[in-house]
Ligand binder design. Structure first.
Ligand code: THU
Length: 141
């Protein structure tokens, strides 16, 4: 169980990361903060591309930053998103590809996904609720 202070910290860091979003095409800015099992935290923003398909979501930016630094076990992620220069009013749920990428590096029955509009306003899920009956690494053993 994640304590309240860690949840608030992750959400705060996701808001900070969102400020770096590069989203000139959609104008939709997302920030994410991943908590690893060794208590390290990696943040990310969405990074769009003129070829559109080259765009990467905030969640995967954070996840790949963690993995590329040797942190491959995730416990939680906080996500915030909304239109540029507007207050975050809605919960930004992770896209399907990001759910699958997170599942690669987490126990879906244990990983917490926080979608937030503020440090005091968030919804909390297990990854398994957002990606039920998932396919994962053990299937290939
Ligand atoms: N986006 C994310 O960063 N995370 C998601 O889970 C959904 C979508 C980004 C990608 C793109 O830059 C913009 O939001 C609009 O789709």
């Amino acid at each position: 169980m994640l304590d309240e202070a860690i949840k608030k910290q992750l959400i705060h860091l996701a808001f900070e990361a969102r400020m770096q979003a590069y989203a000139p095409y959609s104008g939709y800015c997302v920030g994410a903060a991943v908590l690893c099992d060794d208590h390290t935290i990696f943040t990310g923003c969405n990074i769009e591309n003129a070829s559109y398909g080259g765009t990467v979501c905030a969640e995967r930016t954070a996840a790949f930053k963690a993995v590329s630094e040797g942190h491959t076990h995730f416990e939680a992620i906080a996500i915030v998103g909304g239109k540029k220069d507007q207050p975050v009013n809605d919960y930004a749920f992770p896209c399907g590809i990001c759910r699958q990428v997170l599942r690669e590096f987490a126990d879906p029955e244990k990983m917490t996904v926080l979608v937030a509009t503020g440090v005091n306003d968030y919804r909390e899920f297990l990854l398994s609720e957002l990606l039920p009956e998932s396919f994962g690494p053990s299937m290939l053993e």
